[in-house]
Write a protein that binds this ligand. Structure first.
Ligand code: DC
Length: 224
């Protein structure tokens, strides 16, 4: 039997990735955190494409795509992202990457660069992919589409605890401001904006535990 293709989109820090990871383990699917791809490119740009003004030089970045190799490698039960052979799982969560990733993600050149690779990963089915434009642009024919949302307060709390767990120093105010500004840039960009697909199931998980959100999604997946 063919395994399903599942798209999970939504706002920052609604738990998309951690929830997708657990559902993938439970159902024997591959989980792809597409945000990690945009973060990987941002990390590369911050290290190699800074102009004289101290900002990322986008045309320099676009001309260096061929130097960027992003791979997901299985380590234990997880897929960990490698950039040019280096495990960058922690580096891509830094404040610096958080502050620059929306600028990178709104560039058409960047989205085009990542489009085919993402589609290819889902070609054989058995995939749960989370991001912002999975149900609308990357996998419009996904078998299931979910769109996660939650209050800014709740999302701030979650992201703050996640960063703290990773040993990244920050404060709740910085986290809140970054979430709000990223969601705004991601929703307002011209190419593949953060948007609910018409046929996506919306889940507001402000008042749900992670397990409750997982159970709710699994209850929809039973029909496959
Ligand atoms: O899910 P995340 O917070 O790790 O995503 C990082 C950024 O990448 C986010 O601000 C928006 C962007 N992104 C995107 O534009 N499209 C995706 N499919 C995934 C992420």
């Amino acid at each position: 039997m063919r395994k399903p293709v599942i798209a999970i989109d939504g706002y920052s820090s609604t738990g998309k990735s951690s929830i997708s990871k657990i559902i993938a383990q439970k159902l024997g699917l591959v989980h792809l955190d597409t945000g990690a791809l945009y973060r990987g490119i941002t990390y590369f740009a911050l290290n190699h494409c800074i102009g004289e003004d101290g900002q990322i030089n986008l045309s320099d970045l676009f001309s260096r795509f061929k130097e960027i190799q992003l791979e997901f490698k299985p380590i234990d039960t997880e897929l960990v992202m490698f950039l040019n052979g280096q495990d960058v799982a922690k580096e891509i969560r830094s404040n610096e990457v958080n502050e620059n990733v929306s600028l990178i993600a709104r560039q058409k050149e960047v989205r085009d660069f990542l489009l085919d690779a993402q589609r290819k990963m889902a070609e054989k089915g058995g995939v749960i992919m989370d991001g912002r434009d999975i149900g609308t642009v990357i996998l419009p024919n996904a078998d299931f589409k979910f769109f996660l949302t939650a209050s800014v307060e709740e999302r701030t709390k979650r992201r703050y605890l996640e960063l703290k767990g990773l040993g990244i120093k920050t404060d709740e105010n910085t986290v809140r401001e970054n979430l709000i500004s990223r969601d705004k840039t991601d929703s307002e960009r011209e190419v593949a904006p953060l948007k609910k697909a018409d046929d996506a199931i919306v889940i507001d998980n402000s008042l749900f535990t992670k397990q409750e959100t997982i159970d709710l999604i699994l209850s929809y997946l039973k029909t496959f």
